[in-house]
Write a protein that binds this ligand. Sequence first.
Ligand code: ZN
Length: 216
Amino acid sequence: MWQIPLGSVHRILCLGAHSDDIEIGVGGTVLELAERVSGLETCWVVFSAPGPRAEEARSSANDFLADAAFKGVKIGSFRENYFPSQWPSIKDWFEEIKANFDPDVVFTHYRDDRHQDHRVLSDLAWNTFRNHLILEYEILKYDGDLGQPNLFIPLSEKVSERKIELLMKHFQTQSGKHWFTRDTFEAMHRIRGVECASKTGRAEAFYCRKLVLTPI
Ligand SMILES: [Zn+2]
């Protein structure tokens, strides 16, 4: 198994359709990066966060990015569940993001995610960022769309616990959902930890469709 140190990543773009998506899919990785990479620059974009979810998204992003050197947080107002019909205006937002931030890594939703809003962001990430490393994160859901990711980022026990603690703290509007529980997130970390032989037993997992290796 080939391993690459996280330290070569300095600028990340995190894209999430809804206010808790980035945290669930890549929150542990962001915490690991913020702790280990001095000068981490982050652009964090949530496309839909109606009502109280906007404040949830903002306060959560502030906590997840507390150790980042630079953080740009954007909260959009696109209509939840209707992203396919808003494609042109969402594409315009992607172009604005690209004009202002050139990331080392783009984190977006899984291409085969069964949520239509998630798929729009995944497709537009590939459509917009043509010379970037794009990693697609996963979100457990009723539809049962988990697959076999091929890139893993181990999480320390401390980071795994911190991510879950922040999810429980910030997203009170989601607390009634049957899947939004500590053990759901612990289980995901453990399953992906087993699959990459993580020394801590915990990890987040991603889909990497294209990787370019350079001679230097
Ligand atoms: Zn979502």
